[in-house]
Design a protein around this ligand. Structure first.
Ligand SMILES: Cc1ncc(C[n+]2csc(CCOP(=O)(O)OP(=O)(O)O)c2C)c(N)n1
Ligand SMILES: [Mg+2]
Length: 688
């Protein structure tokens, strides 16, 4: 790549747009877009296989800005490259994803240019970033998906999936433990379609990185099995070009390009200082920087003639031609491989094959019962045979979480086999979450699993999945003090409450094996909601559904499982998961004593909250104020359902290490206790 005046003009346009937008918003991060402009420019103009007219073309290269604070870099690129907006149905609207007016409204309410890049909100943003390290780790999932899709769908003469994934991060991304987990995994899996670019500017918020960071990053990545390249000057477009070429050439290893740069490049009083990181440069300093670039000092939001056109003629023309060839290939593929092509169509639209739920198991009544995790294993294996792009794994706990796909041909995803569907994420819960986010963003249907207690280790990507509205699935087992002897470190208390507090995330805690089936039946068609399944390690009785209500009630979040005869109930017993059987036992005893009680199985608060008020009032009639909740977790939040006069039986402390029967007695999860609470409430209600 020989640097032309137009190249330099384009780079400076990215810089000045970023500076002006941050100045106008009086908020944001100008220094890194100024420094990284040539690095991103060289990639987009010369290498990225991307058609701005179709930002959802399945085989486009992905560009992830892991350093989300440098969002103006990305918005400037999207604007100059002429990336088009798409609507929810993935139809290109013809409008720019990022018009100049939106850049002028950077960080304002409803602007397409929010503070950090948000997937789903701005076309062309591949994933939401901002929490440092997430973008890097998510890119690993995208690279995995690309490899898997290639393995399944590419056929001789039909290289449908060839795309690469580039992620640009900074010192913060490098320091976060998450990136270490993800880099270790990516190296292990030999993801040679992955390239991370590291902005080695030596500056973070508090000052020089020497304050906290002195390791040899290159040697670390070499040790992870990566190909490591150094570019000593972020302004050297020719060198950058060679680095990207090298990344594309190397086989069997991901590439890290370490780029030395100067934050705030060109701003005479701010360059190389942390003051260029997170505040506007100021009008005077902007003028000086513009002078340094040879830019009209007083011009603002200036896009010189020829810059957008330059993008169209290079990146745009290349992308359009690649996409056209791909579309033509896909048309021929439809003729020669119609079944696989049909799969692709469904996967891209997040739809399911016909008959996807026909083989789901139903479980006979059984007092001894089955653990939630064991039921889930059967359901998952049935589902995965009908939905070929359903895949996932565990953070080294599959033998416990029972998430392994055991049927023939499921295989293990490894460096040698990129077609496997069982993933070994290693003991890396945080990376697992980000990786399955990336897989989901590339449209396969992923799940991750572990112990519910360790959801804390991977909470950040769960939250991001909810923000992005992507349908990842978590299978979290060992969901209560029911784990027994492992003790307080392994017994989740506040985890359910914390997960329920995440907007948009659906938590489901099924009460028996048939509710597990119904949970999967409910969640599979979801296209925009992440789901956490909380499952027991220990057996739960499988209810006799001829005696009690059908498990399909799960689809409404809460339903009347057992009811009294002869008028409205005097008391409602409600619970989730393993505690529902306790409610049923108490209900039987109350019935024997002539007391009218109702049992409400409440596997999902979130689903229940989406039902009409009328239905909710049928399940929990406002006139029945005697209500008991039973859940082996924090009681936080249950008052919403038991009301001011209700009683919550739950955990108010950490658990303890002991055999389960002893724990149940110790913490009050006994039939007697539930019965006693119910009676007290009833007599209290009578008195008042
Ligand atoms: C997980 C996380 N922790 C903290 C922050 C707050 N934060 C935003 S940028 C930043 C410094 C990042 O430094 P670096 O990646 O080197 O970016 P540069 O200043 O070079 O642009 C911090 C701590 C964050 N966004 N995410
Ligand atoms: Mg830095």
């Amino acid at each position: 790549m020989t640097t032309t005046d137009l190249d330099q003009l384009s780079v400076n346009t990215i810089r000045t747009l970023s500076m002006d937008a941050v100045q106008q918003a009086n908020s944001g991060h100008p220094g890194t877009p100024m420094a990284m402009a040539p690095v991103a420019y060289a990639l987009w103009q010369k290498h990225l296989r991307y058609d701005p007219n179709d930002p959802v073309w399945p085989d486009r290269d992905r560009f992830v800005l892991s350093m989300g604070h440098a969002s103006m870099l990305l918005y400037s690129l999207l604007h100059l490259a002429g990336v088009k907006a798409v609507n929810e149905k993935y139809e290109a609207l013809g409008d720019l994803a990022v018009p100049l007016d939106e850049i002028k409204r950077f960080r304002q309410l409803e602007s397409r240019c929010p503070g950090h890049p948000e997937y789903r909100w701005t076309s062309g943003i591949e994933t939401t970033t901002g929490p440092l390290g997430q973008g890097y780790a998510t890119s690993v999932g995208m690279a995995i998906a690309s490899k898997w899709q290639a393995s399944r769908y590419n056929k001789p003469g039909f290289d449908l999936f060839t795309h690469r994934v580039y992620a640009l991060g900074g010192d913060g991304c490098m320091m976060e433990g998450l990136s270490h987990e993800a880099a270790s995994l990516a190296g292990h899996l030999g993801l040679d379609n992955l390239c991370w670019i590291y902005d080695n500017n030596g500056i973070t918020i508090e000052g020089h990185t020497a304050l906290a960071f002195s390791e040899d990053v290159a040697r670390r990545f070499t040790a992870y099995g990566w190909n490591v390249i150094r570019v000593g000057d972020a302004n050297d477009l020719a060198l950058l070009d060679r680095a990207y070429e090298d990344a594309q050439r190397i086989q069997g290893r991901p590439t890290l390009i370490i780029v030395d740069s100067h934050i705030g490049y060109g701003a005479p009083n701010k360059q190389d200082s942390h003051s260029a990181h997170g505040e506007p440069l100021g009008a005077e300093e902007i003028k000086l920087a513009k002078r340094f670039y040879g830019w009209p000092e007083d011009a603002q939001f200036l896009v010189p003639a020829g810059v957008a056109d330059h993008f169209t003629k290079n990146m745009g023309a290349r992308g359009a031609s690649l996409r056209a060839q791909w579309m033509e290939k896909l048309a021929r593929y439809r003729a020669s491989h119609p079944d696989l092509a049909a799969e692709l169509d469904l996967m891209q639209r997040r739809q399911l094959p016909e008959g996807w739920d026909k083989n789901l198991p139903s479980f006979p009544a059984d007092a001894k019962g089955l653990a939630g995790r064991d039921a889930s294993q059967k359901v998952l294996n049935a589902l995965a045979q009908s939905v070929p792009w359903l895949m996932g794994g565990s953070a080294d706990l599959a033998p416990s979480t029972k998430t392994r796909l055991t049927f023939e041909g499921a295989g293990d995803f490894s460096a040698e086999n990129h077609g496997g569907r069982n993933f070994h994420f290693g003991i890396r819960e945080h990376a697992m979450g980000a990786v399955i986010n990336g897989m989901s963003l590339s449209k396969v249907r992923p799940y991750g699993s572990g112990f519910l207690i360790f959801s804390d280790y991977g909470k950040a990507p769960i939250r991001l999945a909810a923000i992005m509205e992507i349908p990842v699935v978590y299978v979290f087992t060992h969901d209560s003090i029911g784990v027994g002897e492992d003790g307080p470190t392994h017994q989740p208390i506040e985890q359910l409450a914390a997960l329920r507090a995440i907007p948009g995330l659906i938590t489901i805690r099924p009460a028996d094996a048939n509710e597990v089936t119904e949970a999967w039946r409910f969640l599979m068609p979801l296209r925009h909601e992440p789901v956490v399944l909380a499952l027991t390690r220990q057996a739960m009785p499988t209810f006799d559904r001829s005696k009690y209500a059908a498990a399909s009630g799960l689809a409404r979040g809460a339903y009347i499982l057992a009811d009294c005869e002869g008028g409205k109930p005097e008391v409602i017993l409600m619970g989730t998961g393993s505690e529902v059987s306790l409610c049923v036992a108490a209900h039987e005893e109350l019935t024997a004593q002539g007391i009218r009680s109702r049992v409400v199985s409440m596997p999902s608060w979130e689903i229940f909250e989406h039902q009409a008020q009328e239905y909710r009032d049928t399940v929990l009639p406002p006139s029945v104020e005697a209500r008991v909740s039973v859940e082996m977790g924090s009681t936080m939040g249950w008052s919403r359902y038991v009301g001011a006069r209700g009683r919550m039986i739950g955990m108010k402390s950490f658990g303890a290490s002991a055999p389960l029967p002893a724990l149940l007695k110790h913490f009050g999860f006994t039939r007697e206790n539930v019965v006693a609470a119910a009676k007290e409430l009833i007599s209290g209600a009578k008195k008042s």
